[in-house]
Design a protein around this ligand. Structure first.
Ligand code: ADP
Length: 217
């Protein structure tokens, strides 16, 4: 079990709180809005009606002691930036900040937020990726160039081949890290791992290579 502080209970922040609690973590939720705090008083471990731009508030909750802090204030750009700055200055670890504009991203990056989320933009990009490449069901960006993706085997040409025989790294520049079968069994990708139709492959490679690979597999 880990402990997290979520500042701002808008659509994004409240969804973060619910997921953390569901996964068994401790969550302290802070918002200026008494109604929002009331809605979450039985869900979060601890709630506070407070203005996070007031340094004393974050000092009192010992913001540096949490495993992660989410600044989920989006629309009020000034409060988002100020809060993130105070949180970082107080020595908090794993600071995730929500942004709504590109300028806000720039400033939050400069301040030193560990991760910046633009929920609508990120979701939009995922939908666009999925529309263009419906065979790739999930993407996880590993760096600017590299991704990890989930792809289903649909081409009978590969049915029954081992990863060694399929020669995917040589021919398509992707690495199969993990294979999940329709019956629920799974294994890491070894040279003798057999792939069959409808297997789910977890693949590492550049985004471009993964997209090409998804069209032939
Ligand atoms: P979303 O788009 O995810 O709904 P919003 O920006 O609309 O995000 O919501 C942000 C939340 O943060 C609101 O509930 C608001 O009351 C809260 N909030 C805004 N400023 C502060 C602040 N200074 N301290 C604490 N909470 C704040």
């Amino acid at each position: 079990m880990k402990s997290f502080c979520v500042i701002g209970l808008g659509r994004f922040g409240s969804s973060v709180v619910l997921s953390l609690v569901k996964n068994g973590h401790e969550v302290v939720a802070i918002d200026t809005d008494a109604k929002k705090i009331d809605d979450y008083k039985d869900i979060a471990t601890h709630v506070m009606i407070a203005d996070a731009t007031d340094e004393r508030v974050l000092k009192n909750v010992e913001i540096d002691k949490f495993d992660g802090v989410v600044v989920a204030i989006g629309k009020n750009v000034q409060a988002s930036i100020l809060t993130t700055m105070i949180v970082i200055e107080a020595g908090a670890k794993n600071v995730v900040a929500k942004a709504t504009t590109d300028v806000q991203i720039k400033v939050l990056t400069k301040i030193g937020a560990d991760k910046i989320i633009q929920p609508e933009k990120d979701a939009g990009e995922r939908v666009a990726d999925n529309l263009a490449h419906p065979d790739i069901s999930e993407y996880l960006d590993l760096s600017d160039d590299y991704s990890f993706a989930k792809i289903i085997v649909k081409n009978s040409k590969f049915n029954g081949l081992t990863l060694f025989q399929a020669n995917l790294t040589q021919d398509y520049h992707v690495n199969v890290a993990f294979v999940k079968k329709a019956d629920g069994s799974a294994s890491i990708g070894r040279h003798n791992t057999k792939i069959v139709l409808d297997d789910v492959l977890y693949v590492v490679g550049t985004k471009a290579d993964i997209e090409k690979f998804s069209e032939i597999i």
